[in-house]
Design a protein around this ligand. Structure first.
Ligand code: IPM
Ligand code: MG
Length: 370
C-alpha cells in the first residue's frame, strides 16, 4: 500500500521523545495490522532544535510542517534553556508553528474516563461522564498583539506592555469552529470573555452572537465572564459542553478543565487552520502536558496523551474514525485493567513505566482487532 499520509513527527524536549516512541509502536501496529501506512518525517523543535540548529523553530521544521498533512508534536522546554533571552526560548517553537501554519483553533477536550474517576480533584459525582471541549483561539490576542515589550521610561524605570487585540474576522472564524463542534455534540456552547472590562471582550461577545444568530440558530449559545467560568468549571463542570475563549482565557481554562479529569498525562489536543478548497485543514496534534523535565529520561512518563493525540489526528485529519476509536478504546481498557503510570497511580493498581504502558496498549489493540 502506498504511503499517502504524510506525517511530521516533532518529539521536542523532556518526556516528548519518550512518549513519542510509544506512538511509533502504534503507528507500526497500524502499518502491519490495518494496512495503513504513513510517510513519516521527523524534525527538530524547541530546545532540541536550539542545540542542533540554533533556533527553537528552524525554517526546515516549518517547511516540513507545511509539506505534511499533519504534525504530531511532543513538548518543548526545560531548565537547560531557561536562561536564554526571551526571543530564543524553546516555547517559541510551538508559538511560531501555530502562527506560520495559521493554526487558529486549538481544540482541548477534557474527558473523564470511568477508570480514572478517583483521580479527579472533585468528588466523583461532579465529574462522572464529564466531557468538555475547550476551543481556544491560538494565533491572536495578547500572545501576539502589538505593541509589546519592556521599555525604559523617562525616569529610568521600566514598563511592560502586552496588547490584547482581535479583529472580527479572527473572532468569527474560531467561533465557527466551536459552533460546528457544538452542533455535532450536545448543541450547547458557552463563549467566555471579560466584556465587562475589555473592549476586545465586548467585540468578542458581539461577533460570537452575530455568527450564532446568522449561521447557527440551532446551537444554544450563552456568554459568561471568564472569571465566573473558572469558578463554574471548578464547582459545576458538567453544565458545560463546548467552551470558546481567547488565546489567554482558553490557555487558563483548558488547564483548569484538564485538572478536573485528574491527569494532564491523559489529555490530547488539536490545533487547526482554515479549510482549503478541498476542505483539508492544516493541523497539529499535541498532548496538553508539557515537557515535564522533572521526570524526563526516567521512563516513567504517561504515554497516553501522546497516543490519544495521534487518535485525534487520525479522526480529524484523515477521517479515520474507526481507527481513532480503536486506539481510544485500547487506552481505556488498559487503564480499566489496572495498569497505571506514576501520574495516575492509585492504591491497588499496578504501577508501570512508559514502555510497559505503550506495549500494553498495542497488545490491547491486537485483542480488539482480532
Ligand atoms: C499551552 C502552553 C503554551 C501556551 C506555552 C508553552 C507557550 O501553555 O499550549 O497551553 O501558552 O500556549
Ligand atoms: Mg497552557
Amino acid at each position: 500500500m502506498t504511503a499517502n499520509k504524510r506525517l511530521l513527527v516533532l518529539p521536542g524536549d523532556g518526556i516528548g521523545p519518550e512518549v513519542m516512541r510509544e506512538v511509533r509502536r502504534v503507528i507500526d501496529w497500524m502499518d502491519h495490522r490495518r494496512h495503513v501506512s504513513f510517510a513519516i518525517d521527523e524534525g527538530l523543535v524547541g530546545g532540541a532544535a536550539i542545540d542542533a540548529l540554533g533556533s527553537p523553530c528552524p525554517d526546515v521544521t516549518v517547511e516540513a510542517a507545511m509539506a505534511s498533512d499533519a504534525v504530531l508534536f511532543g513538548s518543548v522546554g526545560g531548565p537547560k534553556w531557561d536562561s536564554l533571552p526571551f526571543d530564543k526560548r524553546p516555547e517559541l517553537g510551538i508559538l511560531r508553528l501555530r502562527q506560520d501554519l495559521g493554526l487558529f483553533a486549538n481544540l482541548r477536550p477534557a474527558k473523564v474516563m470511568d477508570a480514572l474517576l478517583d483521580a479527579s480533584s472533585l468528588k466523583p459525582d461532579l465529574v462522572r461522564g464529564l466531557d468538555i471541549m475547550i476551543v481556544r483561539e491560538s494565533t491572536g490576542g495578547i500572545y501576539f498583539g502589538e505593541p509589546r515589550g519592556i521599555e525604559i521610561m523617562a525616569d529610568g524605570s521600566r514598563r511592560g506592555i502586552d496588547t490584547e487585540v482581535y479583529t472580527e474576522q479572527e473572532i468569527a472564524r474560531v467561533a465557527r469552529v466551536a459552533f460546528d463542534l457544538a452542533r455535532r455534540r450536545t448543541g450547547k456552547m458557552t463563549s467566555v470573555e471579560k466584556a465587562n472590562v475589555m473592549q476586545s471582550g465586548r467585540l468578542w461577545r458581539a461577533v460570537v452572537s452575530e455568527v450564532g444568530a446568522a449561521e447557527y440558530p440551532d446551537v444554544t449559545l450563552s456568554h459568561m465572564y471568564a472569571d465566573n467560568c473558572a469558578m463554574q468549571l471548578a464547582s459545576r463542570p458538567k453544565q458545560f459542553d463546548v467552551v470558546l475563549g481567547s488565546n489567554l482565557f482558553g490557555d487558563l481554562l483548558s488547564d483548569l478543565a484538564a485538572a478536573l479529569t485528574g491527569s494532564l498525562g491523559m489529555l490530547p489536543s488539536a490545533t487547526l487552520g482554515a479549510p482549503d478548497a478541498s476542505g483539508r485543514r492544516r493541523a497539529l496534534y499535541e498532548p496538553i502536558h508539557g515537557s515535564a523535565p522533572d521526570i524526563a529520561g526516567k521512563g516513567v512518563a504517561n504515554p497516553c496523551a501522546q497516543m490519544l493525540s495521534f487518535a485525534m489526528l487520525l479522526r480529524l485529519s484523515f477521517g479515520m474514525e474507526e481507527d481513532a476509536a480503536l486506539i481510544e478504546k485500547a487506552v481505556e481498557n488498559v487503564l480499566a485493567g489496572g495498569l497505571r503510570t506514576a501520574d495516575i497511580m492509585q492504591p491497588g493498581r499496578a504501577r508501570v513505566g512508559t514502555t510497559v504502558m505503550g506495549e500494553a496498549v498495542v497488545r490491547e489493540l491486537d485483542k480488539l482487532a482480532a
